[in-house]
Design a protein around this ligand. Structure first.
Ligand SMILES: C[S@@+](CC[C@H](N)C(=O)[O-])C[C@H]1O[C@@H](n2cnc3c(N)ncnc32)[C@H](O)[C@@H]1O
Length: 374
């Protein structure tokens, strides 16, 4: 019997085979996993042994984590221009030691359309907060304006993100995720729903310009009322990918280099309240991003999430790179992923400058974090 030979494609990412409808044009994406890199072998799959031998090499080769996306190294870290949902699916499973990130909260506030509205000062989710002292404020996203449908979307967004982060993290690896007082419950529940352990919150004590306003359009009628409390803290959710069954923290530290949090000083545990400040003008001049976080705070977080002082941190919503800069300043390694080209380009310039800044310690009644050399 004559053999019939069929001609088709195989996806390098998910292994799916298919027959093309048209023979002329190369498919743009894999019909199954939708990867646009279906015809490029996944470089990241060639996991180097060194990625797992943290005790032998302090710095890990991060280039393989580009996973075929445009990327650039900065110091010991890597910047990747990609959608983090794609990137997290493409990197090797169980490979990241920790994630420290500040995600978009309206989900849509970093869509191109909303960023253009922000630039033009023409509405959208960004609004100018009320002035308490007469000086002009930068626009903030209006999270309270999310309707029920958008809250469900937000929950799905974080569930999907949690699933992918779970896959990419090593057992015992921690996530620190920025939030705010009225969305944290929704976001943290989404992460728990996908199997991550809730390990508490790190409270960044900072006065922002959120909340405290009198009821809208009735300010004079109800001068004694605030519709929301004035925000004086920022909660960062602390999560951990479960350790293998019956494994202790010490065994996890030995095997995966994860499971615990690094102390700022041998005599002081990492504490869950950190007195902070608004991002300084100097930092904002270096990196003009609407959600730039201060180095004085970020350096304490990146230090804490690598218990043995070695391994790979990722910031999948990098923005202008304050997490990566903090890691660089603390002699650690981080991979920053950013989807918006303008911010990706900005991060390349900003990270070395932010990392070089010497950061004043904030003196207060909470000494636990203050012994850290920054
Ligand atoms: C809240 S900002 C983080 C800013 C950061 N804290 C900094 O200091 O610059 C969130 C960032 O995530 C980016 N982003 C949103 N969705 C993304 C996605 N799916 N993949 C990668 N980046 C994304 C946005 O463009 C934005 O720059």
């Amino acid at each position: 019997m004559p053999k019939l030979q069929l001609w088709g494609y195989r996806c390098e990412r998910c292994g799916h085979d298919w027959l093309p409808r048209e023979q002329e044009q190369e498919p743009r994406v894999c019909p199954k996993c939708k990867s646009p890199y279906w015809n490029q072998p996944r470089r990241a799959l060639r996991q180097t042994q060194s990625a797992y031998k943290i005790s032998q090499a302090h710095f890990i080769s991060v280039e393989d984590y580009a996973a075929g996306y445009p990327a650039e190294t900065v110091g010991h870290s890597l910047l990747v221009h990609a959608d983090c949902f794609d990137w997290l699916s493409d990197i090797p499973e169980d490979s990241l030691h920790a994630i420290v990130t500040d995600p978009p909260y309206g989900v849509k506030e970093y869509e191109q359309e909303q960023l253009t509205k922000r630039k033009n000062g023409s509405g959208g989710i960004w609004r100018i907060p009320p002035s308490f002292d007469g000086s002009v404020r930068a626009p903030l996203p209006r999270f309270t304006a999310l309707n029920e449908r958008e809250r469900v979307q937000l929950s799905h967004f974080f569930q999907k993100w949690a699933e992918l982060s779970y896959r990419a993290l090593r057992p015992g690896g921690h996530i620190l995720i920025a939030s705010n007082a009225f969305l944290s419950q929704l976001v943290f529940s989404a992460l728990v729903a996908k199997g991550l352990e809730f390990r508490g919150e790190i409270i960044r004590l900072v006065r922002t310009f959120r909340g405290g306003d009198r009821p809208k359009n009735a300010e004079e009628e109800f001068p004694q009322v605030s519709s929301l409390p004035r925000s004086c803290y920022e909660p960062w959710g602390l999560f951990r990918k479960p350790m293998p069954r019956n494994m202790t923290v010490s065994q996890c530290l030995r095997k995966f280099g994860t499971g615990g949090l690094r102390r700022p000083h041998p005599e002081q545990p990492f504490s869950d309240v950190i007195t902070s400040e608004r991002t300084s003008q100097v930092e904002r001049e270096i990196a003009n991003h609407p959600s730039l976080k201060p180095q004085s705070f970020m350096r304490q977080l990146v230090h804490a999430v690598l218990p043995l002082g070695s391994g790979i941190i990722a910031d999948p919503f990098m923005g202008s790179g304050s997490t990566v800069a903090a890691a660089e300043a603390m002699q650690l390694q981080c991979i920053g992923v950013e989807r918006h080209l303008e911010y990706y380009e900005l991060s390349k310039r900003a990270i070395p400058q932010l990392a070089r800044l010497s950061v004043a310690r904030i003196l207060d009644s909470e000494p636990a974090q203050l012994t850290l050399q920054m």
